[in-house]
Design a protein around this ligand. Sequence first.
Ligand SMILES: *[C@@H]1O[C@H](CO)[C@@H](O)[C@H](O)[C@H]1NC(C)=O
Ligand SMILES: *[C@@H]1O[C@H](CO)[C@@H](O)[C@H](O)[C@H]1NC(C)=O
Ligand SMILES: *[C@@H]1O[C@H](CO)[C@@H](O)[C@H](O)[C@H]1NC(C)=O
Ligand SMILES: *[C@@H]1O[C@H](CO)[C@@H](O)[C@H](O)[C@H]1NC(C)=O
Ligand SMILES: *[C@@H]1O[C@H](CO)[C@@H](O)[C@H](O)[C@H]1NC(C)=O
Ligand SMILES: *[C@@H]1O[C@H](CO)[C@@H](O)[C@H](O)[C@H]1NC(C)=O
Ligand SMILES: [Zn+2]
Length: 856
Amino acid sequence: QVEDVPEFSMTAVLLHHNVTGSEHLHLARDDKNNVFNVSLRTTPMNSTGVAHVLEHVALCGSDRFPVRDPFFKMLDRSMSTFMNAMTGSDYTMYPFSTQNQTDFRNLMSVYLDSVFFPRIKKLDFLQEGWRLEHEKKDDKFSPIVFKGVVFNEMKGVMADPSYLYGTTLLSKLLPDHTYGVCSGGDPAHIPNLTWEDLKQFHASHYHPSNARFITYGDMKLDEHLGIINDKVMKKFTIIDPGTAVPLQPKWDQPRSHTMHCAPNEMAANPDKQTTYSKSYLLHEVSDIFETFSASVISTLLIDGPTSPFYRNLIESGIGSDYSPMTGYHNYQKEATFSVGLQGISDGDVTKVDQLIQDTFMEAAKNGFSKERIEAILHRVELQYKHQSSRFGLGLTFSLMPVWQHGTDPVDSLKMEEIVNKFRQKLDSDDKFLQKKCEEYFVNNKHHLNLTMTPDPGYKVSLEKSEEEQLQSMLGKLSEKDKSQVYEEGLELSNVQQQEEDISCLPTLHVDDIPRKQQNYGLIVQRIKNDLPLITCGQPTNGVSYFNAVLPVNGLNEDLKMFLPLFCDVFTQMGTHLTDYASFSQREDLFTGGLSASVTSSCCHNDPMTSETSVRLSSHCLERNLEQMFQLWAELFNEVNLNDATRLQTLIRQRAQNLANGVAFSGHMFAMASAAMNLAPSAGYSEKFGGLTQVNLMKKVADSNDIDDVIMKLNQIASYMLRINKRDVPRFALHATPSALSSTMTSLEKFVDNIKTARCKLLTPFMTSQMNLLRNTKQLTASKMKLISDPELNGIILKMTLHQLPLPVNFASMCIPTYAPYSHTDNPTLRILGRLMTTKFLHKHIRYRNGRAYGGG
Ligand SMILES: *[C@@H]1O[C@H](CO)[C@@H](O)[C@H](O)[C@H]1NC(C)=O
Ligand SMILES: *[C@@H]1O[C@H](CO)[C@@H](O)[C@H](O)[C@H]1NC(C)=O
Ligand SMILES: *[C@@H]1O[C@H](CO)[C@@H](O)[C@H](O)[C@H]1NC(C)=O
Ligand SMILES: *[C@@H]1O[C@H](CO)[C@@H](O)[C@H](O)[C@H]1NC(C)=O
Ligand SMILES: *[C@@H]1O[C@H](CO)[C@@H](O)[C@H](O)[C@H]1NC(C)=O
Ligand SMILES: *[C@@H]1O[C@H](CO)[C@@H](O)[C@H](O)[C@H]1NC(C)=O
Ligand SMILES: [Zn+2]
C-alpha cells in the first residue's frame, strides 16, 4: 500500500511479508535523520519481568556479534543520533536513528542480529535478571543476597510513588490479561523467573511473524528490505505467536482499590499525602476517529485553567496537583481516562470522588465553549507542523498504539482528514461532545476508584518480605546448590573481567566523518537600541520560533532563589488587562504556549564567572506572529503577580512536582549537590534545580506569608522586564526565509513596547566571587564533613550526605577541571567523560558490583 501524506510531506509504504507475515512501514521523507525501529508484541502473563529481562539479555551478544552490550560498544563506532531499547506494557522496541548511510547499515546489522539471534547465555541471564550471590563474591562466608541489573532497576523504579501508582492503576483497571501484570517486573516476583522461561519467551515472541519494522527518512527502501531479507527473513517461516491481546471483559459494577506507598518527606504538608483518582475504560484504540475525539475531550476536560477539572479540582485547594496518570491514554489495546488529585488528606477522598462525578455531569450537561474547542484544534495543527530534529522518532513513537493492535498505521497519519471529520461531526450534531461525556464517564460502569495512602512502615515491610523471600530460597538450597552459587559468582566475575574482542562490530572510520561542520546560516545582527539578534532562515513548515535571553546578573542573590518560581508562574498569572484563564485561552489560540526558564551558565572563557539568565521561548504559525508578540508585550508591561489564590495554586503544584522528582532523579540531585561549591554556575544550578530549591519550595508552600512571595516576584519583574544597561537582552528568530523579515518587524514592535528601566540596580555587580560557599545551610537532614586523606597529598574532600527515606541510594563525586568552553582541554574532557562512562564506569558499576543499576 503506497500513499501520500501531504501534511507531513511524505510517502507512506506499508508492506506485508508473504512468508512470515511480518509487516514493514516505510515513511519516505526528505529528512536526513533516518530512523529504524523493530518492535515485537510482548505480552507477559506474570510479573517476573520476562519481557524486560529479555530486552536486556538480547543486548548481551548475538551469533554474529558475540560481545556484551553491543549498543554501548557501538556508541564510539557510530554517529547515531538515538539508540535504545524499551519495554512497554505490551511491546518491546529497538529503535535507532542516524544521518549516515554506512552507519545506518552498521547499526541495522547489529540490531537485527541482537533481536533475532541473541545468545541468551545462562551467565547473561544471571547478570541481567537476578541471581543469588555472596555479598563478597570471593568470600564463601559472606551472606548470600539477591543481585542483578533488572532486579535493581525495578527496585529503583518502584521506589517512585508515581510509577507505583500508574502501574497499579493499569493492572487494576485492565486486570484480566497482560495489563494485569507488571511488565517491567516486580522485584518480589523477579526471583521466580528462570533461564528456561526466558529462552522460551524469546522463541515465541522475537520472531518475524510477531515483528513490525519501521524505516523513516531519505534512504532507499529497497536497500533496507534487502538487508532485512538477507539477515533475517530468509531464515524463518511463519508461526502463530498468539500474542494478540483480547478485549477486557466489561464490568457491570465500578471497583475500588486501596494501596500504600512510602511517605514523602519532601512533601509540603505531611498530613496531606493521599492520592485518589477515578479511571475509566473507554474504546479500542484501533478506532482512529474515536481516539482523536476522546483525546480532544480529555484535553477539554483537564487542560489549562479554563477546563472544568482544573476549576473544580485544582482550584478547590483540596489537593496539590492532579494525580499521576491523569489524562487520556491510548497506548494499550483499549484507551483509558483517569482523573484525580494528589496531596489530599485522607478524609477528603469522598469529597474528591463527588467533585469528579459532578464535573463529568456538568460537562455532559453543558458541553464546552466554541473558542476552547478552536484553541485545541489550533494546537493540534501546530503540533504536526512543528518539526523538531527528532521528527521521525516522534512520529514513529506516536504510531505505536494503533499499529500494534491491528489498525492501518497510514490512516492514523492523515491528520487533516481526521480533523475535518471531527469538525463535520461537531457541525452536524451540536451535542456530540456532551453525548460522548455521558457515554465515556457518566454511564460507564467500568471504572476504578484508586486510593494511595502513605504508610510509615512501607519501606521496612518491603525489606522484610524481600528478606523472607531470600531466606525461604536459601532454606531450600542444598550444600551442592550453595557451592554452585559460589562457583557461578566467581565464573560471572571472571567473564566480566575478560577483555572482549570487539573487532567483529562494524564501525565508521574517521574518513566517513566530514571534516567540515554543517553551516546553518546564522546571521548575527543588531536591532533597535543596539540589541543583539540572531536569525536563521530554515524550511520550518510555516512555523516561526522566538527565543529571548534576559540576563539577570544584577539581581539580588536572595531574589535569584525565586527565579525558578518566577519563571514557572510568569506566563500563568494573567495580566492587569486579561485574567489568567482568558490569557491561557489566547495562548492556545495563537501559539504553541509561552514559556520561561532560568539557567546559569559559565562564561565561555572563565569558569569562575557565570551568567544567570531567564530564557523565554514560544512558536506560532506565521499568520499569528502579531498576536504572539502582543501576548509577550502584555506580559512584560502588565503582568499581574498579585493574585494570591492563583499563586498559591501554582506554588502547591510546583512544590508537589519537585518533591515527586526526588526519588526519580536522585542521581541528578546528587550531582548538583556535589558540584555546587566548585563554580558559581554550578552553585546556581543547584539552587535553581537541586535539593536547595526543593527545600525552598517546601518552605514557601508551607508558609502563610504569601505577601512576601508576591513582593519578591514583583521585584524580580521590575528588574527583569525592563531594558537596562547592565543586563542587555538578546533575541533569536527562526522562520522560513520568506517570513523572516515580517518576523523581525513584529519583534521590533515588541521591543519598542518594552519599558526601559528606571534603572536602580538591586545589588552592585558581583563578579566571580564564590559567594555561594556561605550558603550551604540545608533544610533536609544533611551532614557535611571534610576529610583530609594523606594519600591525596592533603587535598581536602568535602562530603555531603542528604538523608532521605528512599530504598535506593545515589552517590556522586565532582572534580573541578577549570577548562571552560573555549579552553583547549574542553573538548578532550568532554570526550573523556563519555569514554569513562561507556568504557569503564558502565562495566564496573553495573556488572561487576551487581547491586547498582547504572552510573556515568
Ligand atoms: C512470496 O512472494 C515471492 C515473490 O513474489 C514468491 O516467489 C513466493 O512464492 C511467495 N511465497 C509464498 C509463501 O507465498
Ligand atoms: C556517510 O556514509 C557515506 C557512505 O554511504 C560516506 O560516503 C559519507 O562520507 C559518510 N559521512 C557523512 C557525514 O555522510
Ligand atoms: C514463585 O514460584 C513458587 C513456586 O512455583 C510459588 O510457590 C510462589 O508463590 C511464587 N512466588 C511469587 C512471588 O510469585
Ligand atoms: C511467567 O511467564 C513466562 C512467560 O509466559 C512463563 O514462561 C513462566 O513460566 C511464568 N513464570 C511463572 C512463575 O509463572
Ligand atoms: C467508588 O465509586 C463508586 C461508584 O462511582 C462511588 O459510589 C463510591 O463512592 C466510590 N468510592 C470511594 C471510596 O470514593
Ligand atoms: C517502534 O515501532 C512500534 C510499532 O511497531 C511503535 O510502537 C514504537 O513507538 C516505535 N518506536 C520508535 C522510537 O520508533
Ligand atoms: Zn531495563
